[in-house]
Design a protein around this ligand. Structure first.
Ligand code: ASP
Ligand code: MG
Length: 411
């Protein structure tokens, strides 16, 4: 039998009615002849509640116990989904991560999947079970403890199962009907895409389009798992949602597939840093040791042996960064002062078409300048151009770029 993986996110299993509705969708696929592996999230809001309880009990918590607590939400929905399917006369049973077992490394709260043996579940399919309901987000460490895969980790569970069982497709049911050219909340002309390439999705996911956990997209790309994102609230055809797939499967792609943004960025400049070999290593080594995720970096051209070093980071890491930079001020780095601007945002255009078509950056800068938006920092990769702008212009920048690259005509 061909295998299909269906993942239901928190809003799709938020209460018993929704679990019933999701189970009906599963029934449709079973009727088509699939062996189905269902991956469930916790009911929406549940994991946040559990995390809150852990923090309240023990601010510097033992990560192994954090995992013991926060993994429990998925156990409930897995059992309820199996019961619901049984009530519909569909042979189903639930599996917690350790029962599969989904084997992870020991990095509690951020564990990585090492292996998913398929024999236990396949044996049950052989005995006539039609649906294996698996608790997402959790696995078993070499030490025999429960580990979780990081917030949003059920997506990664789903893709990993699809790879391990060589599934025909991995359908991710969520509360939006697909992947959009940009966030419809800030750009009314945003369009749902029928298809998007893995690499584009990877950029969009890591830039903050929260439909899929970034690691799930990395995994799908590595194992060529066909991923489909679709809504569990609408009647579905086989063509519904957005297919995240290999670029070869996209006939005609736009140069730009989407415009992404990240609202809460900070720009920091260390002014008049001694310009010697090794200073960047010291500054960014120090920041990284302090747990600061530096994103964009620009070094000015140097004058009289001094230069400015500008970089960006998320807003909630400002005090950590300032403390770390303060600690090296008097050392050989010996910069004059640190200037922090907490009112910036990052706007990016993403598309694999940029590899072969030139002029995208020039067009982006022209569009922003026509709107009177000043660019503070620029970075580029093969398929992405990002700029830092004043936060108050972020929405305008997204809308203007969406118009200029004619994404309202995308499909
Ligand atoms: N329930 C977990 C979370 O909220 C995992 C998931 O739903 O993907 O992060
Ligand atoms: Mg999610």
């Amino acid at each position: 039998m061909p295998t299909l993986v269906m993942k239901f996110g928190g809003t799709s299993v938020a209460n018993l009615d929704r679990i019933r509705r999701a189970a009906k969708r599963v029934g449709v696929e079973v009727a088509k002849g699939y062996d189905v592996i269902v991956i469930v999230s916790a009911m929406s809001g549940k994991t946040n509640e559990l995390v809150g309880w852990v923090n309240e009990t023990s601010p510097l918590f033992d990560a192994r116990e954090y995992d013991a607590v926060v993994s429990s939400g998925e156990n409930v929905t897995a059992g309820l989904m199996a019961l619901t399917l049984q009530e519909m006369n569909i042979p189903a049973r639930s599996w917690q991560g350790w029962q599969v077992p989904l084997l992870t490394n020991s990095a509690h709260s951020q564990a990585r999947i090492e292996e998913i043996p398929t024999d236990n579940i396949n044996a049950k399919f052989g005995e006539g079970m039609k649906v294996a309901v698996v608790a997402g987000f959790q696995g078993l460490t070499p030490e025999g403890r429960i580990a979780t895969l990081g917030r949003g980790g059920s997506d990664t569970t789903a893709v990993a199962f699809a790879a391990a069982f060589d599934a025909e497709r991995c359908d991710i049911y969520t509360d939006v009907d697909g992947v959009y050219t940009t966030d419809p909340r800030i750009c009314a002309k945003a369009k749902k895409l029928d298809r998007i390439a893995f690499e584009e999705m990877l950029e969009l996911a890591s830039l903050g389009a929260k439909v899929l956990q970034t690691r799930s997209v990395e995994l799908a790309m590595r194992y060529k798992v066909k991923l489909r994102v679709l809504s569990s609230f609408e009647e579905q055809s086989d063509e519904a949602g957005t297919l995240v797939c290999d670029e070869d499967e996209i006939m005609e792609s736009n140069v730009v597939a989407g415009v992404a943004y990240s609202r809460d960025e900070v720009q920091m400049t260390a002014r008049s840093v001694a310009d010697r070999p090794g200073i960047a290593a010291i500054i960014f080594g120090t920041l990284s040791d302090a747990g600061v995720n530096v994103d964009m970096i620009v070094q000015d051209i140097s004058e009289d042996g001094r230069t400015n070093m500008t970089f960006s980071l998320p807003v909630d890491q400002v005090s950590r960064a300032e403390k770390a930079m303060g600690a090296i001020k008097g050392t050989e780095i010996n910069y004059d002062d640190l200037v922090t601007d907490t009112e910036v945002a990052k706007v990016s255009v993403v598309g694999i078409g940029m590899r072969s078509q030139s002029g995208v950056a020039a067009k982006m800068f022209k569009v922003l300048s026509d709107e009177g938006i000043n660019i503070k920092v620029i970075t580029t990769s093969e398929i992405k151009i990002s700029v830092l702008v004043d936060r108050k212009y972020m929405e305008l920048a997204v809308q203007a770029l969406h118009d200029a690259f004619e994404l309202d005509k995308a499909a």
